[in-house]
Design a binder for this molecule. Sequence first.
Ligand SMILES: NC(=O)CCC(=O)C(=O)O
Length: 264
Amino acid sequence: MRASLIQIAVDEGESVESRRRRAAALVREQAGADLVVLPELWTTGAFAFDAFQAAAETLDGPTYEAMAKAASDAGVWLHAGSIPECAPEGTVYNTSLVISPAGDLVASYRKIHRFGFDRGEAVLMGAGREPVTVPLPDTTLGLATCYDLRFPELFRSLVDAGAEILVVPAGWPERRRAHWTLLARARAVEDQAFVLACGTAGAHAGVPQAGHSIVVDPWGEVLAEAGHDEEVLTVEFDPAEVAATRERFPALKDRVLGLESPRH
Ligand SMILES: NC(=O)CCC(=O)C(=O)O
């Protein structure tokens, strides 16, 4: 499988429309890849809280339209990152879209763990409730978004549902870059799965972004890592390595579920 992670720059000086056009062009340039991934909230920026409401769109809105056309022109599976989704009842969610090479929306995932504690996304957006996996022709994707990376139980539920490639679009800040790399590797090792984690470059709302999109194999080895600036990170790997790793080192089979409560 050939995957391209588009670490697009999200800077305040550029309009949403301009970035959408650039993202579509970058997706088209990935013709020949099997899977293309964009980051979290790349239309507005993950920390541009003031922009979420105005930029919120429906699942069939302008970002889906532009990305569906780009995916079908390039003939790729596209994880189009996430958008501020305006749901029919008016709640805004941080929602990821997966689009087939025919341009169909095959899955959407509303971010479950909202970042910000008592501000930002945590108060402005609704929380998703449903983990989502996406079957591709030869493997299965498990979807998570940015702050979700800190919650291993979500990833275990994706693995239990058959996920072999954990795709994590993000808008991760530079000041916690060490956590990003560590957590991406931890999720890959403990779940014996590929992790494709695609962040943004640039700076918005006073928050410099980490970049450093990363692809980790089921043994925890880093297959590729981007730098700090806008970049397309391309990597080739064999999804069959997941089954081979789980067979060779069957730690997942040793899980003990339903533990009793700790004794005091
Ligand atoms: N957009 C996010 O979810 C940011 C997460 C983050 O900064 C962190 O977990 O640290």
